[in-house]
Design a protein around this ligand. Sequence first.
Ligand SMILES: Nc1ncnc2c1ncn2[C@@H]1O[C@H](COP(=O)(O)OP(=O)(O)OP(=O)(O)O)[C@@H](O)[C@H]1O
Ligand SMILES: [Mg+2]
Length: 509
Amino acid sequence: MLNDNPLLSARGVGMKYGALTALSDVSIDFFPGEVHAVVGENGAGKSTLMRVLSAEEPATSGQVLWNGKPITLSSPKEAKKRGIGVVHQHFQLVNTLTVIENLAMGAYPTRGMGWVKFLDRKKMRESALRHLALFDLESKADMLVGDLTVAERQMVEIIRALQGDSRVVIFDEPTASLGAEEAERLFAVMARMREEGICIILIAHNLDEVLAISDRITILRNGQKIDTVSSSDVCRDELVGLIMGRRLAEGYPSCQTPADEKVLTASGVITTAAGTQENLSLHKGEIVGVPTYIGAQVNDLLDSLVGARRVPRMSLSLKGKDLSNARQEVRIGHGIGVVPGDALHDALIPNMTIEENIMLSMSGQLTSCGVIRRKKAREVALRMIEELGIRPADPTARVDRLSGGNRQKVVVGKWVAAGASVMLLDDPTKAVDVGAKVDIFRLIHKAAQDGAAILFVSSEIEELVGMSHRILVLHQGELRKAFVSRPFDKQTILAEVVGGRAPVRNNLQ
Ligand SMILES: Nc1ncnc2c1ncn2[C@@H]1O[C@H](COP(=O)(O)OP(=O)(O)OP(=O)(O)O)[C@@H](O)[C@H]1O
Ligand SMILES: [Mg+2]
């Protein structure tokens, strides 16, 4: 492979945003037929580098080479024409259009001659269905993207980048919202693409996945390239060391026994396979883990609890107060905090600052006689930034300018700051790096210690085993098995999750 010439290269690429240096003198060669992973902590500059390579943003210094020659591409559309496709970290789909329409966007097949061109709907459909079939998604072709699950939307985003004649495909954290089976399918597609000589650039935080799927790995830290290594030459610990510049010292925080007091009780939201109703109770200080994977339908449970989904005959009580018929805003107002799958759009106001977003969630505590206590708000924001290691450490930074993982930290932090009595966490660490994970675990643990009851949904069994007091395995919204006391055996839980068949993703750990 490396005897070939590089297809795409970064040469001395630098990027400055005002005083902040997001990238500095980065040079990397990407070869045809390789899966090249780019790893680094949140804010290391990974997405910025990808934006430069795909012509979304011009670098402030350095060059991009295509087949060894400098090129200047003026837009992602031009990059796509040249053969560089991108799967973005944050969805760029139009929710009000169907899957097929989204897939055709920007690349409408036309028929006709000369000036008169028609949209070739038949061709559009055929091409889309062919790609959807790779992911078993044909049946969703005519659904509105807004009605898909986060995982399905992610797959549509991936399919969009695969279309056309891409010779380089950049994936920015593609598995973050995928379940194990979907991730497995994506890796199979990647392997096939590699065989066809396509260069895959993969940004990912799950190092086991990175080691299993990639040929080479480039490590970025603070906007600088630390090294490019062959995946067969490094082990996980070495990689963590290269990423962080220090070894990961801490694991999961120690788990304290929760109190007997029930904070939340819900009935009518979980049934057992036998058809009986199962009451769900969350106790003070308790962390209840729920694995999420395709087919688990954990989202329905979360939506029902927060009130985004109406369930007939459901009852919900929070600290003895009946909220069965309360709307979502009322439930949130009573102290149910949610960290949703798409943090930026569902949980933050993108064009507001870190501080303003925190203030919104705790408005009651930060006003006195209707006047906002700015000084207090600043204090709370600074404490949270410090505790969670949010970068940049600036309360006045806009949240849509933060890197993906840092946004996730702001969402978790804002509910902790608000002192929510119940926290529903939907895969809160899925887009965060190994160091930030520890910060978030510590914060969740602290919230529990302070008396919050936590429903902790995660796609990583290992996290659930490390953090939870109880683990509930759901399948199609039904309770398949409850593991009621620590310690938990990862393999036993995995077996329940996959019904006896271990998914690739977890075999790798
Ligand atoms: N448009 C922007 N304006 C100002 N600063 C920005 C902008 N985009 C990125 N940054 C900053 O540049 C740095 C690198 O961000 P980037 O998004 O590339 O990180 P990342 O490695 O992709 O992180 P993550 O793993 O969290 O997605 C961060 O400090 C970020 O806050
Ligand atoms: Mg990123």
